[in-house]
Design a protein around this ligand. Structure first.
Ligand SMILES: [Zn+2]
Length: 221
């Protein structure tokens, strides 16, 4: 398992307001992120675990699942976590024309705004696939693409006993944005073991900071 991919190191060379891979390490913070929810079975379990350990996280939600499970999204927000945009239907953005990519993003931002009141959210492209035109669009719009610096590989669906030693042998460090998925049992099992370990090691587990609104939005223009 290679938690730090070459791709995320290369993306990390871009300005962090445009592409965030890792964040400042001060305060021994770990930034925990979950993709592909909300899931009616597994997301509540993840929320229970986070609550038990005083941890916060970012949930990159798939729009059409968010509107199907509004109660779970309300709980995510009510418990102090952040919600982010993971597209409407989880397509590979590289397989769509730009207009459809933007429709996937805008429709999801609108749906998420009903829960957290924010017009725009951090966007994480499904599977990290990033067409160059979409990157340019985000640069023009001064929007942020939220990547990660530490891939837990929890989507490999290894049993927790197999995944845990891999993560422990090359663990995340302060400032890492950790990629996980709240749509499977293995992740919750791994998390139940890792959260108390990280707390003992002095890490503060947090959500990624919200994007800074553009001036026009602040002024209500
Ligand atoms: Zn995904």
């Amino acid at each position: 398992m290679r938690p730090r991919s070459r791709k995320s190191r290369i993306l990390g060379l871009l300005p962090s307001w445009l592409v965030t891979t890792r964040l400042p390490a001060r305060g021994r913070r770990l930034f925990l992120t979950f993709d592909d929810g909300p899931d009616p079975e597994h997301t509540p379990r993840v929320l229970d675990l986070l609550g038990q350990h005083g941890a916060k996280a970012s949930f990159f939600l798939v729009g059409d699942q968010a509107v199907r499970h509004p109660g779970i999204v309300r709980r995510i927000v009510a418990e102090g976590h952040a919600i982010g945009n993971h597209s409407w239907s989880h397509p590979l953005m590289t397989s769509l024309p730009l207009s459809e990519q933007l429709h996937e993003i805008d429709r999801t931002d609108e749906a998420l705004a009903a829960f957290d009141g924010r017009k725009r959210h951090l966007f994480r492209p499904p599977s990290g696939a990033l067409p160059f035109k979409l990157l340019l669009h985000f640069a023009r719009e001064r929007r942020t693409l939220a990547y990660w610096s530490y891939d837990s590989h929890d989507y490999a669906r290894l049993p927790a006993q197999a995944l845990l030693p891999k993560i422990r042998s090359r663990p995340p460090r302060a400032g890492d944005v950790v990629l996980m998925h709240d749509d499977n049992r293995e992740t919750t099992e791994v998390l139940a073991r890792l959260l108390p370990e990280w707390t003992r090691q002095g890490y503060v587990v947090q959500a990624m900071p919200a994007p800074v609104p553009r001036r026009a939005e602040v002024e209500g223009a």
